[in-house]
Design a protein. Structure first.
Lengths: 379, 283
């Protein structure tokens, strides 16, 4: 095993898009008192893309979005929309609309008046018939035709969500900002709305910027994801790139689930690092850029990359099935390995020999393709 | 006990309160208003419309009340709204309580004493003297309808500020952001979002102040100097001085009817303005 082919297909994905960006953040800082909510944000948003900010609570996702909308001014740095610096332009002057987490529908207006609100603010004024036509079209897009005269508080959560969406898209903004728009919905409705949101974005071609702390949502919806941590964007990439090539343990952990094995880098050659674990094992994986011999590091293996066998194979490690959760098309195992501790293994159904699954307490042998394991900086 | 019986039991205290506090005194006034004045004052049972025929004798009091009470309500509202807005929307939360307390501080002193202060301010050696110093002579403020108006607006302002403050404070600030986001400038946002959503507070404040003003007698007596009588003053006079209980009852009953009609019309109007809205409750 001298050369492990590493998929380089995504290596260029972080370079700026050839088209001029529809919006951008340049060295943006935002400080609230002694909290740094945005720490040197640099980002270009391509026209028509679906971008997500993903990160744990308090990492500054909302702050980034509110600076694009104009509700917060950056402490330093520049916010650009359509090539113009908009730092000093008030929200009402920006060609940007936002869908609020709590929807923020006007309770004293019916559905049609809510949706037409933005159109009614236009100067020179739009003709009444024109407004009605656009509102009707927006209602059609969010599949609420016939609800014009409804009171907003008479609508269900999902319907209110769609009214909020319609109220924003009817203005044909250059940028549609969505702050955890689905967080208040129950799981089933959220799934439905995710699909609708994606369809909608393809249909109308508006650039979407979504804030979420739900990795599944970010992975399934976005063209590109910015993973955030403590005010910084720590990695940007398309979902598969982030999943397959996380640059740090934090990203590997936040995007999907993974098994982490700590150790020290013994040597790096041809992009392959050999990691020595404290228990004396030598494990190989694709090396993270910048790792060198002697560094603390960790090996990351996705649960679905680990294979289970009844018989020992060259390079396999013995273990015991500790727990087993049947998930239909997959089975999730917790395998206890004497040197590595417990490992999560996700086995697809057809991958199991003779369709016989492993039982709790059974001895097993596990291995994985080293090309599918990553050696990451431990941070 | 059936559910029905239990329900009856539950409404009994409210019903008793209603009968003792409202129906009983009203009935007494109603009956008295058809009676006659006894030789030494008080009430002699009779059935005559004489008292009602006599009402024009107190026309001025009705006229003053019906002009100054609505005017005072509107003036108080116009002053209270910006004040409440400033407190609820613009003030740093840590100052809010202190400033709100300052609004009620005047209530700690009797209205009698505060009105005397106004007698001094509006009287000869107060404001008019100041105006004379800058060359404006012969201004008379005290004992005019204007003095009474100032007095009632001053006295009832806190009652107006509070309900408006509450409705503005409760207003979801994200609605204002949503409005700005959709392209409305601050003043448009005020007209289209803030103002309509604070109408319940304004309606409550106006109703409270208007009802209380209709029965006011102390401020007109002090600042009107016996020249600007309210219906309340007429009642004090009829019940306490001339002891003409029958006529007093007729005046009181007429005032109640006027009040009832005005308030009903007003409530209908407000309800129409917000037809079908759930977030609106008046009082
Ligand atoms: N107006 C403000 N005043 C003071 N601190 C603020 C303000 N807004 C945000 N912060 C702070 O900035 C940091 C980032 O907040 P932000 O709301 O952007 O996080 P978030 O990623 O959206 O979190 P969540 O997922 O919980 O919504 C937090 O520490 C927060 O306390
Ligand atoms: Mg947030």
């Amino acid at each position: 095993m001298t050369h492990i082919p590493i998929d380089l297909q995504y290596a260029t994905s972080e370079q700026p898009d050839a088209r001029p960006p529809i919006a951008a953040l340049r060295n943006v800082f935002k400080v609230f008192g002694d909290v740094v909510a945005a720490d040197q944000l640099n980002l270009s948003i391509a026209p028509g893309e679906f971008l997500s900010f993903l990160g744990p609570s308090g990492c500054g996702k909302t702050t980034a979005l509110r600076m694009l909308a104009g509700f917060e001014a950056p402490t330093s740095g520049e916010v650009l929309i359509d090539g113009q610096v908009v730092n000093t332009i008030e929200p009402y002057g920006r060609p940007v609309n936002m869908v609020f987490q709590s929807y923020a529908l006007f309770p004293h207006m019916n559905v049609a008046d809510n949706i037409g609100y933005g159109l009614r603010q236009r100067r020179p004024r739009l003709a009444r018939a024109e407004i009605a036509r656009k509102v009707g079209r927006a209602l059609e897009i969010v599949r609420l035709t016939g609800f014009e005269k409804r009171r907003v508080w008479e609508m269900s959560g999902g319907q209110q969500q769609r009214v909020a969406l319609a109220r924003a898209i009817v203005n044909e903004p250059k940028l549609l900002l969505l702050d955890e728009p689905l967080a208040a919905l129950d799981r089933k409705l959220r799934k439905e709305m995710q699909i609708e949101l994606q369809d909608l974005q393809r249909q109308i071609g508006i650039t979407f910027v979504l804030v979420t702390h739900d990795q599944e949502e970010a992975l399934s919806l976005s063209d590109r994801i910015c993973v955030m941590r403590e005010g910084r964007i720590i990695q940007t990439g398309d979902p598969q790139n982030l999943y397959d090539h996380p640059k740090s343990r934090y990203v590997a952990d936040f995007v999907g689930t993974s098994n982490f094995i700590d150790g020290r880098v013994e040597h790096v050659a041809d992009g392959v690092a050999t990691l020595a674990t404290p228990s004396g094992l030598r494990l190989q994986g694709a090396a993270n850029a910048g790792l060198k011999a002697g560094d603390e590091a960790c090996l990351s293996v996705r649960p679905e990359q680990i294979h289970m066998h009844r018989d020992a194979a060259p390079g396999s490690l013995p273990g015991t099935v500790h727990n087993r959760i049947f998930l239909g098309e997959h089975t999730e195992y917790l395998v206890q390995q004497p040197a590595l501790g417990s490992l999560n293994v996700l086995a697809p159904r057809q991958g199991q020999p003779d369709d016989l699954s492993f039982q709790t307490g059974e001895p097993v042998h596990i291995n994985w393709n080293p090309a599918r394991a990553l050696v990451l900086s431990p941070d | 006990m059936t559910r029905r019986e239990r329900n009856w039991l539950l409404v009994t205290p409210a019903a008793a309160w209603f009968v003792v506090m409202l129906v009983l005194p009203l009935s007494v006034i109603f009956v008295f208003s058809f009676g006659e004045r006894g030789p030494a004052g008080g009430y002699v049972p009779a059935f005559t419309f004489e008292q009602y025929a006599n009402l024009p004798a107190r026309f001025t009091a009705f006229k003053n009340t019906m002009i100054l009470a609505p005017l005072g309500t509107i003036a108080a509202m116009l002053i209270a709204y910006p004040l409440a807005y400033q407190l609820a929307v613009r003030t740093d939360p840590k100052w809010k309580i202190i400033l709100l307390v300052l609004v009620i501080v005047p209530f700690w002193t009797s209205i009698l004493i505060r009105s005397y202060a106004w007698i001094f301010i509006l009287g000869g050696s107060g404001l008019p003297a100041l105006l004379e110093m800058v060359g404006i002579e012969g201004v008379r403020l005290i004992y005019t309808p204007f003095a009474v108006l100032i007095g009632i607006v001053y006295g009832y302002l806190p009652l107006m500020v509070f309900p408006i403050y509450v409705s503005l404070d409760r207003l979801d600030k994200r609605l204002l952001e949503a409005s700005a986001d959709l392209g409305a400038r601050p003043f448009s946002t005020f007209l289209q979002v803030t103002l309509p959503l604070s109408i319940p507070g304004v309606a409550t404040g106006c109703m409270l102040v208007f009802i209380l003003l209709m029965g006011e007698f102390l401020i007109p007596a002090l600042l009107g100097g016996g020249k600007v009588f309210f219906v309340g003053n007429a009642l004090v006079d009829l019940f306490l001085q001339s002891r003409n209980w029958a006529f007093g009852s007729a005046v009181a009953f007429t005032l109640i009817v006027i009040m009832l009609v005005t308030v009903t019309v007003y409530m209908r109007l407000i309800a129409r303005l917000h037809s079908g809205r759930q977030d609106i409750s008046i009082m």
